[in-house]
Design a protein around this ligand. Structure first.
Ligand code: F6P
Length: 363
């Protein structure tokens, strides 16, 4: 067994409540019980390519369990195998994985624990195949990683979105309006489903159920006839009409996933207003969902994930990702973890329960 004396940590992809709790629960025991040096890599894989790394001290990791964001910084643009560089000819993509490997070796890392979403796990898999000692910790508010039942950050985001829906109810009912709230989630509807269910949204639109415009119009009009003169429509940014595609805000070649979603909320509000004559308003929650303090659940899950990652390092179980199965934190081979995205199954209990209370999914 390789003795672990130098542990690298990076956070990759979009930030997410709970990242600091993971960093803390890796670094504290690594320093305290194993006498290891912990090297923090700045801004995810971008920092690994560029050699922006520093040894962390106990002071760095004190008092961070409830702090949002990541003390290490992160980036959605630093895939070492497709590294974007601004050149006089425009953005060009280069393979800079050799730089990343050189920095990994120069800093004497025995293991690198990468905390990230599916983009990060794909990179972890490639470096693992090249013989480097990587361990993955799954994070994303989108909750779309297949090999874990839940990712930390998800319930924090759902909490923010639920609170927003609660607040929107006041204006919806006072002004008899249709209030559309657009939430994040990329190609999965978990956030919309969770917040829509918890907030009692009247319609929930998710990517997994392409919607028919007529069904939404009928639902808000029917509510009006029943005396409920307002509606809340919770729409996932990746939701799309049965006849039509994703609404994309912009594409950016530098990003690991070049597509930035956004705008479906506006489209829904405009069409509902045109078709029904009802007054509509739209609220796009955006990055509010990723900000702020993690919930108690996410702090606990993140802490358990970090501790497990360190345990895997000690056991030399490289190429594994920490995962939650039921109530148990376990590990799964990264190559299996990246096979598919975890979208909402059509028979999800949340969908069944929402339908039972009269929620419209636009189908
Ligand atoms: O993956 C997390 C997420 O917040 C998605 O829900 C969203 O589509 C995306 O990141 C937004 O990315 P950015 O912060 O780079 O605009």
């Amino acid at each position: 067994m390789k003795s672990i004396k130098r542990v690298g940590i990076l956070t990759g992809g979009g930030d997410c409540p709970g990242l600091n709790a993971v960093i803390r629960s890796i670094a504290k025991p690594a320093m305290t019980y194993f006498g290891a040096t912990v090297v923090g890599i700045e801004d995810g894989f971008e920092g690994l390519v560029e050699g922006r790394m520093r040894e962390l001290t106990p002071k760095d990791i004190g008092g961070i369990i409830g702090v949002g964001g990541t003390i290490l910084g992160t980036s959605t643009k630093g895939n070492p195998f497709q590294f974007p560089v601004d050149t006089p000819k425009g953005i060009e993509i280069f393979d800079y994985s050799e730089n990343a490997i050189r920095n990994y070796k120069d800093w004497g890392l025995d293991v690198l624990i990468a905390i990230g979403g599916d983009g990060t796990m794909h990179i972890v898999d490639r470096f693992t195949n090249m013989g480097l000692n990587f361990i993955g910790v799954p994070k994303t508010i989108d909750n779309d990683l297949a090999a874990t039942d839940v990712t930390f950050g998800y319930y924090s985001a759902v909490g923010v979105a639920t609170d927003a829906i609660d607040r929107l109810h006041s204006t919806a009912s006072a002004h008899h309006r249709v209030m559309v709230v657009e939430v994040m989630g990329r190609y999965a509807g978990w956030i919309a489903l969770g917040a829509g269910l918890a907030g009692g949204a009247d319609s929930i639109l998710i990517p997994e159920i392409p919607f028919k415009w007529e069904k939404i119009y009928e639902h808000v009009l029917r509510r009006g006839k029943q005396g409920d003169r307002f509606s809340i429509v919770c729409v996932a940014e990746g939701a799309k009409p049965a006849e039509g595609g994703l609404v994309v805000k912009e594409t950016d070649k530098k990003r690991t996933d070049p597509i930035r979603l956004g705008g479906i909320g506006d489209l829904v509000a405009r069409n509902v207003s045109d078709a029904t004559g009802l007054e509509t308003r739209v609220t796009v929650l955006g990055h509010l969902q990723r900000g702020g303090s993690p919930t108690a659940y996410d702090r606990i899950l993140a802490t358990k994930f970090g501790a497990k990652a360190l345990e895997l390092a000690w056991e030399n179980k490289f190429g594994y990702m920490v995962s939650l199965r039921g109530t148990e934190v376990t590990a799964v081979a990264v190559k299996e973890a990246i096979l598919t995205l975890r979208t909402v199954p059509l028979n999800a209990q949340e969908i069944i329960a929402a339908r039972a209370v009269g929620t419209c999914f636009g189908d």
